[in-house]
Design a protein around this ligand. Structure first.
Ligand code: ATP
Length: 357
């Protein structure tokens, strides 16, 4: 990406709270017109990073640039960014339009311009007909859209979103995800979205930064993160996976030869593994096929079956007692083995990801 395409450039940002370090030298660039997600478990530092971009937190060291301009020392109101929070806190006594106009009027827009822009953004979030209502007369999803309209109204260069969907129920959250993504496309500005929900991140993002303990573990498009995790943390955090302890015997021409639990040989792309040693093989449950005992890469006993509607989840146990899960697509032709039966497991070579110890 060229510097002209970078909306936000974060370089070596450190944030300390007393003796505790919440961000350990984070560097990443967010492109213009990108839906970028900061994803990680509670406490990993994603909100701290978002608040540092907004200017609500002063960083201990490092630089934050917005469209090439160093904004590290600027107070929040001087930064051309806006934030949508989890608690969207609309003014209850004001109409929808007045809520949306409030920020614009405070930053010097004329009443006419602010009213015109408020109409425009309310149309954009499909609330054109709700302008005269008070927040209490709206559903949770509609209130969330007012908060979005309010944040987008002053035409920020970047929109920051801090877990904005977590107050909504599942069905509504799924609907708003789609709307949010198309709103980002329509406005053409960078959205930086914070969530701990991996499904939310996978479905909406152009790219995701996976964080843990104040560090970025991996940055990539959703398929890269899911298919090619760089370490155990990412493999385990994104989606469901089986992590098998394996002995790598050799690596040559980018392929690793290893033994699986139970002793079967297996060859797969070496990924980050440079030579012989202990490693972990990450295999997604849906990338394992069932076969007859002895005919696959692993032998296992079925310990449980869970009906999930579109899929059937099988719990199996290997001879060394290691537990694994397998996902079978639910169709008329799917044969689901009985609990207690012995099965063979065939791993998809291209989908098995070898990770260093
Ligand atoms: P969550 O999903 O729970 O909001 P998060 O990934 O957004 O988590 P942060 O809120 O960024 O995490 O917090 C990162 C770490 O910094 C946490 O361990 C938190 O306890 C710590 N922290 C945040 N704010 C402060 C503060 N004002 N003083 C001291 N420690 C803080």
């Amino acid at each position: 990406m060229t510097s002209a395409e970078i909306a936000v450039d974060i370089e070596n940002v450190v944030k300390r709270y007393g003796s505790f370090t919440a961000l350990h030298g984070v560097s990443l660039s967010i492109c213009e017109n990108e839906f970028f997600t900061l994803l990680g478990p509670s406490g990993c530092g994603k909100t701290t990073l978002l608040r540092s971009i907004a200017g609500f937190e002063e960083v201990s060291s490092g630089t934050i640039r917005l469209k090439g301009e160093d904004i590290t020392g600027l107070p929040p109101h001087k930064r051309p960014v806006n934030t949508v929070f989890q608690q969207y806190a609309l003014f209850p006594h004001m109409t929808v339009t007045d809520n949306v106009m409030f920020g614009m009027l405070r930053s010097g827009w004329s009443k006419t311009d602010a009213a015109q822009r408020a109409n425009q953004v309310l149309e954009m979030v499909q609330l054109g007909g709700f302008a005269a209502r008070k927040p209490a007369q709206l559903s949770g999803g509609q209130q969330q859209r007012v908060a979005l309209a309010r944040a987008l109204a002053p035409r920020p260069a970047v929109l920051l979103l801090d877990e904005p969907l977590s107050a909504l129920d599942l069905k509504l959250r799924q609907a708003v995800r789609v709307e949010l993504k198309s709103l980002q496309r329509e406005t053409g500005i960078a959205f930086i979205f914070v969530t701990h929900d991996q499904e939310e991140a996978l479905t909406m993002s152009d790219r995701i930064a996976v964080m843990s303990n104040g560090e970025v573990q991996q940055i990539g498009a959703p398929p890269d993160i899911y298919e090619s995790p760089v370490n155990r943390f990412v493999a385990d955090f994104i989606g469901e996976t089986n992590l098998l302890d394996v002995d790598v015997h050799s690596v040559s021409d980018g392929m690793a030869t290893l033994s699986l639990p139970g002793g079967h040989g297996f060859t797969c792309p070496a990924a980050a593994m440079r030579g012989a040693g202990k490693g972990h093989l990450s295999v997604r449950p849906e990338r394992i096929a069932l076969c007859a005992e002895g005919a696959g890469d692993l032998d296992a006993t079925v310990t449980g079956r869970v009906y999930l509607g579109t899929d059937i989840q099988l719990h199996v146990r290997l001879a060394d007692d290691e537990a694994m899960t397998v996902r079978l697509q639910n169709s008329e032709t799917t044969i689901v083995p009985e609990e207690g039966s012995a099965v063979g497991l065939k791993l998809e070579v291209g989908a098995a990801r070898l990770l260093a110890d």
